[in-house]
Design a protein around this ligand. Structure first.
Ligand code: UD1
Length: 348
């Protein structure tokens, strides 16, 4: 299969590209590099040993997408979205434009070129504050901020396209909390600026980049008072995308939770990270973060059945791989090589 990976130079996208190539698929990466990096593209090439084509472009650019898709693709995997909740509250229009307008343009380009299979990157953020855990795909959807609202609108749009065109099939994958890195240490999460997510922040504290971690809230109704989440290794997510492409051969619109089915508190993540890294993670419990919920973890039975998949990697492994990546990239990927040098080396 030939697969267009929109947002393939990002964290989950780059890991998925390597997994796809390892399974014998041909991959073209399409990314505007607003959050993805050329270093990630290079690492995909290095790890897969393939001459992966990279096209720098925006998912809102329907013309370029159409020209590209017209060269013959079987499927698209769509990761190209902005994902920082706090940023989305500041810039709701930019979030709707990039995420929703981009998805409309992509769907139009797919229709124009007859590409009928889509794997879409969604998020457990669509569940908002869940009534019960574990969360099944049937749980009520409640977008409580512009970011999760864009995910919900994109999901609905894709579902409606599936309804309107029986030949079109989609897998909507709702990620819980992606974490970890490629076992080689070459690829990992490279947040631009100060990380907002827990795992990259913990890694940077371990690396001495920040004096301590602020733990947002110690008074949640959880086992130790801190927030509980379902962390899922990025390698397990990548594997699920490869399997989702197989499922699409049989048609349909599939909405699937991707998690481990197990929740860990912030203090448990800190303890696991300290154990694998041998570093102390100083922390202080501060006020709750606006928009945070007490506990979120997935019922993964539908994904297990549909994809013949379940998460292989545990929390210790996520921490160990995140730490390896952090140790090998003390300043992140972008600064490991001057950006202009990356640009010249990588754009084919
Ligand atoms: C966050 C976003 C969510 C997005 C997801 C994936 C918010 C409110 N939610 O989810 O929209 O889909 O990331 O990108 O931003 N924590 C700390 N200290 C920190 C960072 C986090 O204590 O410095 C805690 C949080 O309170 C939470 C847990 O760690 O209990 C996980 O946080 P995070 O990694 O930001 O993920 P979510 O809040 O689940």
């Amino acid at each position: 299969m030939k697969v267009l990976v929109c947002g393939g130079a990002g964290y989950i996208g780059s890991h998925t590209c390597v997994a796809l190539i390892e399974q014998g698929q041909e991959v073209v990466i399409y990314d505007n590099l607003c959050r993805g990096t050329l270093a990630a593209v290079d690492h995909v090439r290095q790890l897969s040993g393939a001459q992966v084509r990279f096209v720098q472009g925006d998912v809102r650019d329907r013309g370029t997408l159409e020209t590209l898709l017209a060269t013959g693709f079987h499927a698209v995997i769509h990761f190209a979205a902005l994902k920082i909740m706090s940023e989305s509250c500041q810039y709701p229009l930019a979030y709707f434009d990039n995420n929703v307008t981009g998805t409309v343009a992509l769907l139009q380009a797919m229709r124009a070129t007859g590409v009928q299979q889509l794997v879409f990157s969604s998020s457990a953020a669509v569940y908002g504050d869940p009534e019960t855990v574990p969360i099944t795909e049937e749980a009520p959807l409640r977008a409580s901020n512009p970011y999760s609202h864009t995910k919900l609108v994109m999901e609905q749009l894709i579902g409606e396209v599936c309804d309107a065109r029986p030949s079109f099939s989609a897998a909507i994958l709702r990620y819980f909390n992606p974490a970890g890195a490629h076992p080689s240490g070459l690829m990992g999460e490279d947040p631009c600026g100060l990380p907002t997510n827990l795992m990259p922040y913990v890694s940077q504290v371990a690396a001495g980049m920040h004096p301590r971690l602020s733990v947002f809230g110690g008074d949640y109704p959880t086992r130790d008072g801190t927030g509980v989440r379902d962390y899922i290794h990025v390698m397990d997510l990548a594997d699920a995308h490869v399997r989702a492409l197989d499922v699409l051969q049989h048609g349909g619109c599939h909405v699937l939770n991707l998690g481990t089915g197990r929740g860990y508190s912030v203090l448990e993540v800190i303890a696991a990270f300290e154990r694998v890294s041998g570093c102390r993670i100083p922390y202080e419990i501060v006020a709750r973060r606006v928009g945070d919920v007490a506990e979120v973890w997935a019922d993964t039975s539908r994904a297990e059945k549909a994809l013949g998949w379940h998460a292989q990697y545990d929390l210790l492994r996520m921490c160990a791989d995140a730490w390896r990546w952090q140790s090998m990239h003390p300043q992140g990927c972008q600064s490991s090589q001057p950006i202009e040098a990356q640009r010249q080396a990588s754009i084919g």
